[in-house]
Design a protein around this ligand. Sequence first.
Ligand code: SF4
Ligand code: SF4
Length: 74
Amino acid sequence: MAKVPDTPESLQQCICGGCPSYNQCMQDNQEGLYCAREKSACEFDRNGCICGACPLASEYALDKLFYCALGAET
Ligand code: SF4
Ligand code: SF4
């Protein structure tokens, strides 16, 4: 399976910013695109994950959720 590229174009498609689990700490760290990067450095509550609605999840056939807790697929 192709890996999600860590590019500005990918970041633009990432919808983490609209997720109920995405918090102020993540925003302050300008985090996102967790499926292509490392997991979050922030503590956060799991209030749901909207990765399933992300265009990159469809394009790269991602089958997990909470990449902010998992980091990139290896
Ligand atoms: S699948 Fe999730 S972590 Fe990856 S770019 Fe989309 S919203 Fe962000
Ligand atoms: S990886 Fe999922 S749970 Fe985490 S911020 Fe992105 S959409 Fe929300």
